[in-house]
Design a protein around this ligand. Structure first.
Ligand code: FES
Length: 110
């Protein structure tokens, strides 16, 4: 496995776990979409739609880079927002996020 390949665990809207791989620097949304998992991500990662909404696994919440004001504002447009809510297009994969687990949130269905 190349040095910059990371593992991402994605729980879909049916509760099924998918373990996928992506490269450092990729948006988590892109990794999910490129693996063929269902995510709407309407704006393509521009932080303009909130349809890439995910819930971050509790163990990972404090480890991620905090959301920007723009992301927090856009999350207002998402459904059923919780303290674990993030926009997956705003999380860039990197070495210490290897093994990150996210759950696709309501409203992210294509
Ligand atoms: S893809 Fe639109 S906000 Fe993330």
């Amino acid at each position: 496995m190349a040095d910059d390949v990371r593992t991402l665990n994605v729980i879909d809207r049916n509760g099924a776990l998918h373990t996928v791989e992506g490269l450092d620097g990729w948006r988590v949304m892109e990794i999910i979409r490129d693996q063929g998992l269902p995510i709407k991500a309407e704006c393509g990662g521009a932080c303009a739609c909130a349809t890439c909404h995910v819930y971050v696994d509790e163990a990972w919440l404090g480890k991620l880079v905090p959301p920007t004001d723009e992301e927090v504002e856009r999350l207002d447009d998402a459904f059923e927002v919780t303290g674990a809510s993030r926009l997956s297009c705003q999380i860039l994969m990197r070495e210490d996020f290897d093994g990150l687990t996210v759950t696709l949130a309501p409203g992210s269905e294509p």
